[in-house]
Design a protein around this ligand. Sequence first.
Ligand SMILES: CC(C)(COP(=O)(O)OP(=O)(O)OC[C@H]1O[C@@H](n2cnc3c(N)ncnc32)[C@H](O)[C@@H]1OP(=O)(O)O)[C@@H](O)C(=O)NCCC(=O)NCCS
Length: 266
Amino acid sequence: MAKILPAVALNFKQPAPTLKPTSRVVKIVQSAVEAVPQTSAFVPPPYEGVRVVTAAEYKEAAACLAEAFAEDDVARYFIDVPDRDHWTAEEKWNLHVEIMEYVTYAHILKGLVTTVDEFKAVALWMPPGQDMDDLWTVLRSGMWRLNYRLSAEGKRRFFNEFLPLLHDTKHATLGEHDETSWYLVYIGTKPSARGHGYCRKLIEHVTRQADRDGHVCYLESSNDVNPAIYRKFGFEDRRTIHLQRGKKNVSLDIMVREPTSSEDKH
Ligand SMILES: CC(C)(COP(=O)(O)OP(=O)(O)OC[C@H]1O[C@@H](n2cnc3c(N)ncnc32)[C@H](O)[C@@H]1OP(=O)(O)O)[C@@H](O)C(=O)NCCC(=O)NCCS
């Protein structure tokens, strides 16, 4: 689950940017970016059929994540809000997909997006030393549109509660390793494809590299079932945090994976 884009929050109290979705500037930038592969500096070597998602494929990757996170309490936390009670299920679903598209595109621009078996599963990573907090990424990814797509309560939850909590928790948990960690922001396998080892492949693709470089990996888990899965890959529980503006508290388990040397594995 994601700590996304404090730069969006910078815009929160401002009027929506004057760039329109149809702006020629945005279109030109997007088509230029689609031709550019993700930064190769962070791409681990090929592993078990895992491949990097290109900018032209962001909608397919986001659709996989939207399906995987359809029932996720945190993903719904910004959409199932009292001031959107009048929205239809379809309107809420469209916003859910839209958010996944912005986040996926931002990670294609500044992070690492991977898939296995053609979008059966997708992972969004933020590599060591990287972030997507700059205004240019916010504009190019479409994240700035959240300023008017989320309701007033959705914005309070997202900008005033969720982002600061995740940012501060990550920093408090990792300390000096915050800048050098791999951050697993989202991972999802389509419901029909679960149990075939896709999640394992996507995670090991990066943890093997993290081990080689001596870097920690970090994640927030938004589902009670998942910590048991992540423990299989060497992640350890560090703390639990709570989102408290809804009818029920929503918990996130914070997990960290220390790098292991090849000797440790024998
Ligand atoms: C969590 C999720 C990504 C797992 O994906 P997956 O592709 O089915 O996982 P894999 O098949 O690679 O399984 C990995 C390991 O976890 C185990 N596992 C998978 N699902 C499990 C479950 N529900 N309960 C217990 N163990 C489980 C597998 O047995 C496997 O262990 P093994 O390699 O020792 O056999 C998938 O269930 C999902 O998309 N969930 C919804 C979205 C979500 O919660 N994402 C994570 C947000 S933090």
